[in-house]
Design a protein around this ligand. Structure first.
Ligand code: PGA
Length: 238
């Protein structure tokens, strides 16, 4: 199976960037399987309509209720109707800046799966938690997936918080060790073997080495996905 190349635009770019971005990827990537861009809510429909079936479209978050009095929130059903196929849940920026807990994240994952969308479930330890990463990741995994019985639409993304947007990449040995640990935890707690992406300062000059690792199912890319040129280079390096 082709490894996943997932971009996370965060709160960047705008509608006027989409056509050129998609055109560039379509013209420069032979293999567009599992290449996905997760974009801000207001850009999902245009991105999905422009990319059609070539590049996957995802959202960066959603709320767990289906509808109702939740001013400013958006449901998985709404994302689906706009054309999203994937939703990132539990990104460390959601956890840290917006106070999302494992309990909320587990409800969000269940809501996304309920709509038949795929979840990109983010986990990761902070710098202070680095020595204790096993306990931190296990808790995030066990509590985050607590409500799930069908795992077929779940992709895990390991993103050490200290490596996000900092230019500090985990070493290859660190990535190997942590991915092996996550694989073991998923197997012992839920008896599943899921794709595990790595994220945190992935760039065209380090992606090939990371993507070559057996337990790495792909990459989740922030800063280096904003320009189609560097995102395409990363996708080509798998
Ligand atoms: P970065 O972000 O590639 O800019 O470090 C990754 C992410 O937060 O998903």
């Amino acid at each position: 199976m082709d490894k996943y190349i997932v971009g996370n635009w965060k709160m960047n770019n705008d509608l006027s960037d989409i056509e050129g971005y998609v055109d560039y990827l379509n013209n420069n990537l032979e293999n567009k399987n599992n290449v996905i861009a997760c974009v801000p809510y207001t850009m999902i429909k245009t991105f999905a309509d422009t990319a059609k079936s070539t590049i996957g479209t995802g959202a960066e978050n959603c709320y767990f209720a289906e509808k109702g009095a939740y001013t400013g929130e958006i449901s998985a059903k709404m994302l689906k109707s706009a054309g999203a196929e994937y939703v990132i849940i539990g990104h460390s920026e959601r956890r840290q800046i917006f106070g999302e807990t494992n309990e909320m994240i587990s409800k969000k994952i269940a809501a996304v799966l309920q709509e038949g969308l795929k979840v990109i479930f983010c986990i990761g330890e902070t710098l202070e938690q680095k020595d204790d990463f096993k306990a931190v990741l296990s808790k995030q995994i066990v509590e985050g997936l607590a409500e799930i019985s069908d795992f077929s639409n779940i992709i895990v993304a390991y993103e050490p918080v200290w490596a996000i947007g900092t230019g500090k990449v985990a070493t290859i040995d660190d990535i190997k060790a942590v991915h092996a640990y996550i694989k073991e935890e998923l197997s012992s707690s839920f008896n599943v073997d899921l794709p595990i992406l790595y994220g945190g300062s992935v760039k065209p000059d380090n992606s090939a080495e990371i993507l070559a690792l057996e337990d790495v199912g792909g990459v989740l890319v922030g800063g280096a996905c904003l320009k189609a040129e560097s995102f395409a280079e990363i996708a080509k390096s798998r």
